[in-house]
Design a protein. Structure first.
Length: 378
């Protein structure tokens, strides 16, 4: 049974941006949905806007083998390390560990990149335990399994963050996944852990085809599969009538939020229609009344919408006025992008001139209205 009362701590005041120059280099090789500028571009935009003060920037450390082994098996960790060092792997390794596939390719710097992503989320958890909000945009590898690469994810950094919070003394952790794809790896990791509640909003019928509304893991998981075309009004409705009530009832002191950008209008791997403003609003609501919070990125396969979303989120977390019109240096960065997955006729002119999407309101459909009573029921 979920507790019915929640103490109201002071909102976290300090904010930290965690990243590394490793993300300025392309990963994932060629012809992969993630072989696009993402976190490196976010860094460049925020630097151009003067939004990364020296006091608020945390260089991301790399996770150690011992830290990874809190969740991942030693043989899998070694398989990733060896595949990177060798520039490939044999058939047995590929089939056993999901490495060297089109989904999870082996590329130069793979092990450094994956361990840096996890190290960033571990550091974010350490800062959250000190009463801060820490943003690691490279994080959000929520599909990673203990012994297998899965869904573009090698290691699972949200799991690392949650373990770090629990080991640091957190009594309860509320995990909210706003990515277009179900946070299957994180749900599975904590299915039998009463100190963690995992909640995922994701597009129904979308890979990995898990996270049905009746799926509650070991009891402390909730899933809200939403229809294609999911809009801002519907996200606001679910936040007010399902997600925030669940958070209140669970009474966690810390929260971990996956702010995937693949639910935004224009993303090629989902059919959701959110604006980035709706995501910024949802994240703000989730972190406002907890002692500390970890925010990570996640999916997002349109370089314009991803970079604008996470840059604007970082500005909003600092209380910056997100500019309607971008300076010329940032416009040049955005205008110089390309992406084979996004046809030219589908590219919104706003993607190169402003960080702020046009709002995407709409009717709240019956399929969405049906979800709150189902996930709030005992």
């Amino acid at each position: 049974m979920l507790p019915t009362a929640r103490r109201e701590p002071e909102p976290a005041q300090k904010v930290h941006f965690i990243s590394s120059d490793v993300y300025r280099r392309q990963g994932f090789g060629e012809n992969h949905p993630l072989a696009i500028p993402r976190v490196g571009l976010v860094m460049a935009i925020c630097e151009a806007l003067g939004w990364i003060p020296e006091s608020g920037y945390e260089p991301s450390p790399r996770a150690t083998i011992a830290q990874l082994a809190r969740y991942h098996t030693l043989d899998f960790i070694d398989a990733v390390r060896r595949a990177d060092a060798n520039g490939g792997c044999d058939r047995e390794t590929r089939e056993r560990y999901g490495l060297g596939t089109r989904e999870n390719p082996i590329f130069d710097g793979l092990f450094e990149r994956a361990t840096t992503t996890c190290g960033g989320s571990i550091r974010a958890a350490e800062l959250a335990l000190q009463g801060s909000v820490a943003f690691n945009p490279a994080g959000g590898t929520h599909h990673g399994l203990p012994d297998k690469a899965h869904g573009f994810c090698y290691f699972n950094d949200p799991v690392m963050a949650i373990f770090s919070l629990l080991e640091g003394g957190a009594g309860r952790v509320f995990y909210a996944d706003l990515d277009a794809h179900h946070g299957d790896g994180v749900e599975a990791a904590f299915a039998d852990e009463p100190r963690v509640m995992t909640v995922s909003i994701h597009e129904a019928g979308r890979w990995p085809f898990t996270g049905q509304v009746e799926d509650r893991g070991g009891g402390f998981a909730r899933n809200l599969p939403v229809p294609p075309g999911f809009n801002d009004s519907e996200l606001d409705y679910l936040m007010q009538n399902a997600i925030l009530p669940l958070a209140d009832r669970f009474a966690a002191d810390y929260t971990v939020v996956v702010c995937g950008a693949d639910g935004l209008a224009g993303d090629p791997l989902s059919a959701m229609k959110l604006s980035n403003g709706a995501l910024w609003r949802a994240v703000g609501q989730l972190v406002r009344t907890v002692t500390g919070a970890v925010i990570v990125g996640g999916g997002g396969y349109n370089p314009w919408t991803v970079a604008r979303c996470w840059s604007g989120l970082w500005g909003a977390l600092q209380g910056k006025a997100v500019p309607e019109s971008l300076p010329e240096s940032v416009r040049i960065l955005l205008a110089g992008l390309d992406c084979d997955l996004v046809d030219e006729e589908d590219r919104d002119p706003r993607w190169t001139t402003t960080l702020v999407d046009a709002p995407s309101p709409g009717i709240i459909r019956p399929a969405v209205k049906a979800l709150p009573p189902l996930v709030l029921a005992p």
